[in-house]
Design a binder for this molecule. Structure first.
Ligand SMILES: *Cc1c(COP(=O)(O)O)cnc(C)c1O
Length: 223
């Protein structure tokens, strides 16, 4: 199947309320244009340089999501245009986003990334670390970031039981944070989980955003 067919199939099969982030990292401008022609408007990238180049080259009604590990000193390149930063995993990074968003006279939507996988290589907060951020005096002064939900990556495994547990855990973290800190914030609504190999499980356990790359665009030669 080509890119257009894949996008159409996903658009038809994803439940309404679940947003599709088409993960276009490593793929060409031409591939993104094919998905765009089918109505896809949300694209995810994990490298600052690559995202900036694609932003410059492509239509301005695309919502660009940054899904990678973001270094504080690179936030300035994304701050003028990024729609959502999925991987916020420290107060330092959140402070940098707030500062750069302020310079651009805007507020930037962010997700807190949680470590739900068994792989230690994956980034993310624990619930306690997230509470420390949300209760910090610094955070309370931030006017230019909106935390709109949570994000996580499951373990790379075929073990459905394990993946299910990890996604349930992220769903629980979302509910706890919602109750403790965001009960009055309707914007805190997103659970970003699920990739090509596990998005069905993620949807079954409350994902509102799935990040799908290789199913749409084919295999990547590097990542
Ligand atoms: C690459 C990537 C994806 C997409 O992975 P696929 O398996 O190609 O669907 C999703 N989320 C993050 C954070 C990624 O880096």
């Amino acid at each position: 199947m080509n890119i257009s067919d894949k996008i159409k199939e996903l658009q038809e099969n994803l439940p309404c309320g679940v947003k599709l982030v088409a993960v276009s990292k490593t793929h060409s401008i031409g591939s993104i244009e094919q998905a765009y022609a089918c109505g896809q408007r949300i694209f995810g990238e994990n490298k600052v340089q690559e995202l900036s180049e694609k932003y410059a080259a492509l239509p301005k009604d695309i919502e660009w999501h940054f899904i990678g590990h973001l270094q504080s000193n690179k936030v300035k390149y994304l701050a003028p245009f990024v729609s959502l930063i999925h991987g916020v995993d420290s107060l330092k990074l959140l402070a940098a986003i707030n500062k750069e968003a302020y310079k651009n006279n805007r507020a930037i939507d962010c997700l807190l990334q949680f470590h739900i996988a068994t792989e230690s290589s994956k980034f993310g907060l624990s619930l306690g670390e997230a509470r420390n951020i949300l209760e910090s005096t610094d955070y309370k002064t931030f006017r230019n970031v909106n935390i709109v939900g949570v994000m996580g990556m499951g373990t790379f495994t075929n073990n459905i039981v394990q993946t299910t547990q990890e996604f349930k855990a992220l769903g629980n973290i979302f509910k706890i944070l919602k109750a403790e800190y965001f009960a009055d914030s309707p914007n805190f609504a997103e659970v970003s989980m699920g990739m090509s190999g596990d998005y069905q499980i993620a949807i079954d356990h409350g994902a509102t955003m799935v990040r799908i790359g290789s199913t749409i665009f084919g295999h990547r030669s590097y990542c």
